[in-house]
Design a protein around this ligand. Structure first.
Ligand code: IPM
Ligand code: MN
Length: 370
């Protein structure tokens, strides 16, 4: 899918890669933050030697309310033809909670087999954290969340609904294949990241003795192939304690879908909130989807006050996954410049700048630092 063609300048003849990126701006403030992310990606592309083309899809609440269709049947197949997907936000105040989340976000994660949900927890300079006496050097780790199994598969059922005898069963599905590929990804990630060379399995082996026994055995088996990475274990409840008290203990954390969902919201708060938390739904062998993890923030829609940094960070992750490390690195540094030197706060309406001004500043820093 990467179209390569010759770009000839006077002195050189270089092959520029052209990526195809599907853009789903989505609901609420999604379109506003996606616009800034694309602005920054454009600046990064210009200085890093690649190009990209985008195609927009109108999936989201508005479309559902207009047409009654949540996601066209061929959506996943069509999206498979792209190098990556860039998503703004899904969630509409007039649509019952669960419909769009399950029908769009989770459906795409499952159908595109995006089995990794990658969520960096990084405190940028100048950003307030609720953690006392902790700074950017203490809060810098990545959560690798399994993204296609566990409690999210919809396995289970209900009996005698609405009666006093109602029974609800929701099962956590953990397959050897699913667990192993996630753990392998996490070891590879810890190796590539090359920070503390430590990978912590976050589980609950003392109670969930079937599911996390599989996770634990697989973890220590795979660990043997990575002698340079220190394998570490913490129960999920203890993990939340250390994330608050000693976040510097973490380098890479690997965990299941549900625990990963919960601990990454906690992590996002420690890095300054949803305005800056980015994530990637990754299929290392397929097409991946990147998003700010904060949601559609409907009350700020169209006001040009929402913080676009999470979406910009997601754009950086997208480029990193495509192998554009230079561009991704520039975006990360530019975000740090903006938080460190410009923004008063990360909160919507309190940044001291508008959404588009923040995008402009990041893009400018990307250009200047190249
Ligand atoms: C997330 C979200 C989703 C999840 C919801 C919207 C289905 O909370 O991306 O973390 O639970 O995975
Ligand atoms: Mn979540």
């Amino acid at each position: 899918m990467i179209r390569e063609y010759l770009y000839k300048s006077e002195e050189e003849q270089t092959i520029l890669k052209t990526y195809k990126i599907a853009v789903i701006p989505g609901d609420g403030t999604g379109p506003e933050v996606v616009r800034e992310g694309l602005k920054v990606m454009e600046a990064a592309a210009a200085v890093s030697g690649f190009k990209y083309e985008t195609c927009e899809y109108d999936f989201g609440g508005e479309r559902y309310l207009r047409t009654g269709e949540i996601l066209p049947e061929n959506a996943a197949d069509e999206l498979r033809a792209y190098n990556a997907i860039y998503l703004g936000a899904i969630g509409h105040p007039d649509v019952k909670p669960g419909i769009l989340e399950k029908g769009i976000l989770l459906k795409l994660r499952f159908e595109l087999d995006q089995y990794i949900n990658l969520r960096p927890v990084k405190l940028y300079p100048g950003v307030d954290t609720p953690l006392k006496d902790k700074g950017p050097e203490d809060i810098d780790y990545v959560v690798v969340r399994e993204n296609t199994e566990g409690l999210y598969t919809g396995a289970g059922g209900v009996l005698k609904k609405g009666t006093k005898d109602e029974v609800a069963v929701q099962e956590s599905i953990n397959t050897r294949k699913g667990v192993e590929r996630c753990i392998r990804y996490a070891f590879e990630y810890a190796k590539k990241r090359n920070k503390d060379k430590k990978l912590t399995l976050c589980g609950k082996t003392n109670v969930l003795t079937y599911a996390f026994d599989l996770w634990e055995r697989t973890f220590y088996e795979v660990a043997k192939e990575y002698p340079d990475i220190k394998p570490d274990y913490a129960h999920v409840d203890a993990t939340t304690m250390w994330m608050v008290k000693n976040p510097e203990w973490f380098d890479v954390i690997v965990t299941d879908n549900m625990f990963g969902d919960i601990i990454t919201d906690l992590g996002a708060m420690t890095q300054g909130g949803m305005g800056i938390a980015a994530g990637g739904n990754i299929n290392p062998e397929g097409v991946s989807m990147f998003e700010p993890i904060g949601g559609s923030a409907p009350k700020y829609t169209g006001m040009n006050v929402i913080n676009p940094l999470a979406a910009i960070g997601a754009a950086g992750m997208l480029l990193e996954t495509l192998g554009e490390d230079k561009a991704a690195g520039l975006i990360d540094k530019a975000i740090a410049k903006v938080t460190g030197e410009k923004l008063k706060s990360l909160s919507a309406g309190k940044m001291g700048y508008s959404t588009s001004q923040v995008g402009d500043m990041v893009a400018q820093f990307v250009t200047d630092m190249a």
